[in-house]
Design a protein around this ligand. Sequence first.
Ligand SMILES: Nc1ncnc2c1ncn2[C@@H]1O[C@H](COP(=O)(O)OP(=O)(O)OP(=O)(O)O)[C@@H](O)[C@H]1O
Length: 663
Amino acid sequence: MSDATKMGTDNPTYEDDGAFAPPGILPVSSSKLPGWDRDFVQIGMSESEAPKKNAVVVRSAYKQYKTRQGTNVVLHNFNMTVKEGTIYSLLGSSGCGKTTILSCCVGVKALDSGHVLINGAEPGTRASGVPGKHVGYMPQDIALYGEFSIREVLQYYGRMYGMSSSTVAKNMDFLIAFLALPKPDRRIDSLSGGQKRRVSFAVALIHSPKLLILDEPTVGVDPLLRQSIWNHLVKLVSTGKTTVIITTHYIEEARQSHTIGLMRGGRLLAEDSPELLLKQHNATLLEDIVLKLCLQDNCDEDNESSSDSTTTDGSSVPTITLPLPKKSRWKKISEKERHSAMNAFNLSPEKEGSTCSSTSNNDGSVAQSDVVINNNSTEKLDPTCPEQVVGLAYTKVENGAEGKADPLQPCFDRGYLSDCSDSNDSSASAAMRRKLALEYSHEENSMKTNLKNSVKDSFNRIYAMSHKNIVILLRNILLLLFMVFVPASQIVVICLAIGQDPRGLHFGVVNKDIANSLNNCVVPSGCLTTDNFTGSVSCLFLDYLKKHDILDLKIYESEADAVESVKQATDWGYMVFPENYTLHMRERAIFGIHAEPAVIYGSRIKFRLDQSNLQIYRENAKLFFKTFHEFTKNVSEECGVDPVQTDLPLYVRYNEPKIWHNS
Ligand SMILES: Nc1ncnc2c1ncn2[C@@H]1O[C@H](COP(=O)(O)OP(=O)(O)OP(=O)(O)O)[C@@H](O)[C@H]1O
């Protein structure tokens, strides 16, 4: 054993002999622990050692799922109290809501109404430590990365919780041996269902959390391993620092827990230590008690009695604020079935009758009966015991003294009890609540420390997740190619399609200025006002257009032919030079504003553009204005005239620096 472990470190480690060593605690060899099926581990603590804080408190929990078939009420006025440093076994038939309440405790699901408090605060708040490294959750469904090996999964979660590599390695070695896992290099997706569940269990344990929430960890596990798992859990909680909530279908193994919560139809039927339950029901097997309480519950249903349940202090907890639905989903067994079950478990009809003695009082509370199995109401309340704070609050409502509101509601609503002060409560209750708040608030840190921890946690998570994503990507070459090449090809396609000017657009030309314009088009040069000017101005304009390399010009003999080719989607439009265009252009250049109207009309080029594609329509319109501008500018300069005089009375700055919106 290392010195560090003996002295206690921040990160507890598992020792080679299978013992667990929380900070400052010397580990005990697991081989020294008796097996649960031969000699149940004695986990009872003396009163002086008993933990004072509630690690988890659930009150008046209500949850329903909406399905196509209707509404399924899963939790129904559910109450649960889990003390710190204990094992709490949640028992109940399949579908009674165990997983749902555990999901609410870890913040994966939210209650429709009621309260869950972890370490005195609602899940999701920093004070509760959930989610985070203080909680280890083993869900019922496997949620592991199939591409990872066992080692990588454990390392991933270790990084997530900010553990050092050496601590992860040490704990991993222990867990692999302890849970009889396959070789650490085996990939998760090559493991059997049971092996995956054990890896999931190891994940929940790797960081030695203060709160372990395990949803059926022993399903499909070899009896010997099941025994060691329980021994290990017992050892973990024996330090008083770790709390375990566990669900199981193997009722008898729950004997090793400190508290058993028996669920049925979304409610808690009983909550007490196994020893007390066995004693009070005069039973030797927990199975008998489960059956008895279920039968009792059916009787209660028959009698349409109150839907109240019990808290740890044994007092009944009446429905307080919730508009609770009827228990319509509970299956009723026939009289015959009931009697044969009674006989099978050696329960006399008299006893059976007595289980039905629970009755409702007028105020809605439950009268005392044997279903209320742990009635401590005569005990004097201890102001230092937070367990009883809750009990007092509920007792007060039960007595009908202060109406039907939950006295703890204002405190819970703020998410953290230490914020609470309620002047309406009795002074005893308020004092005890303050005491409770104080007990939790000792873990509060300064803002600076909180910020530092938060940054550190975030960094750990980002690092772990980045590492995970890289590994997953490298293991999935197809995914990698897809992730790299799809965006790259998208960008290329977008640039090709949108990012460039269109090229080679077919465009018709009807040039009435010259006969046989295709062959006779001579591009003139020189000033068009001089006598020695030869050639056609229309050819000059077409020459400017061709320079832009956008249009692929095609000569038509008539306008009708050009129109037809646009309609046939062969061309994107056409232009028409009127007859004597060159002559009219020259006269217009010579006479300027004094030119005859016929000259002005005769010097206009007609454009008709296809409008099926607005983008191309706009590009072409822009091209013509731009070309005409260049054309007039150059022609004017040839003649020694200021281009402004011949230009359109528009000042469009195509070639100058662009201007943008500020925002
Ligand atoms: N997301 C959901 N939508 C609708 N119904 C759900 C959903 N999740 C659970 N349920 C239903 O809620 C009820 C309680 O489910 P839950 O998983 O909490 O039961 P359980 O006690 O954990 O059962 P088991 O022991 O079989 O795991 C079941 O009837 C289930 O069908």
